[in-house]
Design a protein around this ligand. Sequence first.
Ligand SMILES: NC(=O)c1ccc[n+]([C@@H]2O[C@H](COP(=O)([O-])OP(=O)(O)OC[C@H]3O[C@@H](n4cnc5c(N)ncnc54)[C@H](OP(=O)(O)O)[C@@H]3O)[C@@H](O)[C@H]2O)c1
Length: 279
Amino acid sequence: MAWAKGKRILITGANSGIGLETARQLAGDQAELLMVCRSKERGEAAVQDILSEHPKAAITLHTADLSSSASIKKLVAELEASYDSLSLLINNAGGMFYSRMETEDGLEYSFGLNHMGYFRLTRGLIPLLKAAKEARIINVSSEAHRYASMNFNDLQSRRSYRAFGVYGQSKLANILFTRELAGQLHGTSITTASLHPGFVHTNFGHASQPGIFPNVFSYLARTFGKTAHQGAQTTVFLARSDAIVSGGYYANSSLRKPSRAARNDETAKKLWEVSETLA
Ligand SMILES: NC(=O)c1ccc[n+]([C@@H]2O[C@H](COP(=O)([O-])OP(=O)(O)OC[C@H]3O[C@@H](n4cnc5c(N)ncnc54)[C@H](OP(=O)(O)O)[C@@H]3O)[C@@H](O)[C@H]2O)c1
């Protein structure tokens, strides 16, 4: 369980919730952390928070809006100019949005950030991951995927928008993306897995969102949810394990069978093709 030790690890959404706690725990493994945050201010506060616990941690902050293709492109160029390899990419930044919004690329926001953000960043970083002796890609998904199917006829949810359903579809996309990616990376030194962190009390589902639903969600997470530290455990498990099942879906630090829709290789291929066109 020491795989992450001393490795160069990039974590997105590293200033809050599960991402912050994952970064904190991996800082204790003497990993070199590249924390990707969308706000410089919140990112710097998170770096200081981790350094107060692990003063010798090697941390570099990078900023990017992962809902934007231009911002991801800029981030990838910056990373390529600064590093010669990357051992672990943790795609974690994401959210659920109660009203329909669009990214600057004109995609529905949950799809654009939660799926296309993972897709674009991963594809951009494959050369750096291939340059490492052994590399891993971890995609934070959710059990919410079980309540969704891929609606290719209205992928941008223009005809109908239900926050939980649209979020679930984006998390289903994370698992399908991971499966297809595992197939494409077969025979290389890169493996990949997706995971469900649990129901976790973080900023997820309520911060900066007006209305009754965010308040109810916040109450439920505060009352019944795991702490962010607990919510980071499966991500940390996948980062530390000596071997992972590539293409696998994990929860509570063990393999779990995802929904039937998430095991459909044809859908996974179709999603990849559509994403490639959009990218
Ligand atoms: N909490 C749960 O119960 C739960 C359950 C299942 C799955 N998940 C998944 O866990 C992951 C982490 O969520 P969390 O619970 O830790 O929530 P969180 O506390 O809200 O953290 C989300 C992180 O993503 C970042 N982010 C949001 N939009 C971004 C953008 N456009 N560009 C770059 N970064 C952006 C946020 O940055 P800011 O601080 O700047 O907003 C924050 O750092 C998500 O993928 C979520 O779907 C959570």
